[in-house]
Write a protein that binds this ligand. Sequence first.
Ligand code: ADP
Length: 444
Amino acid sequence: MHKIFLGCIADDFTGASDLANNLVRAGMRVVQAIGVPTSPLSADVDAVVVALKSRTIAPQDAIAQSLAALSWLQAQGAQQIYFKYCSTFDSTAQGNIGPVTEALMDALGTDFTIATPAFPDNNRTVFKGYLFAGDMLLNESGMQNHPLTPMLDANLVRVLQAQTRRVVGLVDYTAVGHSTTAIAERIQKLKAAGVGVAIVDAISNEDLMRLGPALKGMPLVTAGSGVAIGLPQNFGIAPSAQASALPEAQGWQAVVSGSCSLATNAQVQAFITAGRPALAVDPLRMASGIDVAAEALAWAAPLLQSGPVLVYSTAASAAIKAVQETLGVQEAGALVERTLAAIATGLVALGVRQLIVAGGETSGACVQALGIAQLQIGPQIAPGVPWCYCVPPRSALRVLPAPQGGRASLGAARRLAASGIHITLKSGNFGGNDFFTDAFKMLA
Ligand code: ADP
């Protein structure tokens, strides 16, 4: 059996891709598993990221899922475990960063680990234990108003100490800015003083590259995705184009967008302005029982042969509020997700093999509907967003006859039925304005 070097556990879905993307850029060959796999790894890779949805669930559930992921990763030979959370250290009053870290330490029989969400490429820096988002302290950055995980204190030593029985300390910038040796010495001192978890300062990629070697052999690392850039070197791996190589792209191209973030709204507008075909789907028509998915597929089928199409529920905040007031927040979200997932599977059945999905929850729904269990991570499209390749169950890949024009020849249909899908899962705020067109150009 091939043994992996790094076994990663991510507490959400698009965050898992973000981590995988950084590992690939540092030279590792990576697959992302959707949930804890039920069978051994078949691919020959250096790291696996198990994507959980454990950020805001009850701590005991997050612990149980994380330990299941740990067992599976250990069975694949993982030499080091990486627990990945958000670069804004998103946690509820109970955790789950502290409780999951503690449970993983217990299971691994280790008495020391680090914790740092620093990700300078995305403007998340930690200095003297305080987390900054851009130029603002975390608790002044807007994160104090987050609906699920409001962050009211930027001092991560205090935040983490409230979530764990272990003593929390700090590897401060004096050591991190100096050298790997200074970091290693600081870690030894903290261990001797009984510290179990140390927040680590880092304000640049150079800091993370100095930190990497100091983490060699540490059974558990906990961090955002930033620390990943300094770890592959510990396993003798250097950046290479090979790591992100994916099979050749096939089939038609489409975008399904359920994200309503400012960035995604701008991306939808840019796609329309570029003269590409785009269809808005209306949640109120879905709620009235109309088969909006079938309508969208009938619209898309004859257009696919002329280039990428977009189906979107993306809307500005006033329109969403109006829909939510009529249908309820949860109901509206679930209804739109179900419909977009049906559209994504329908598009694949029409021969789409290059698919962009915009929105974290929307991505979850589409990946689930397509029956995707594993994603091979490819080249970066935008920071935090890679192209991925997957081979869903054959039933999802069956190419159905299209009403007119949109159908490939019988031979091409057979080839498509045997080919996987290039897919990218774009979390709401990621990507530049032309993401929907630029992404496909990369596969050409
Ligand atoms: P993001 O990554 O931007 O947060 P998500 O897909 O995670 O995007 O979340 C967007 C949520 O909004 C989903 O639950 C989606 O179904 C819902 N949604 C999308 N469009 C609409 C709309 N027009 N009206 C109401 N809810 C919508």
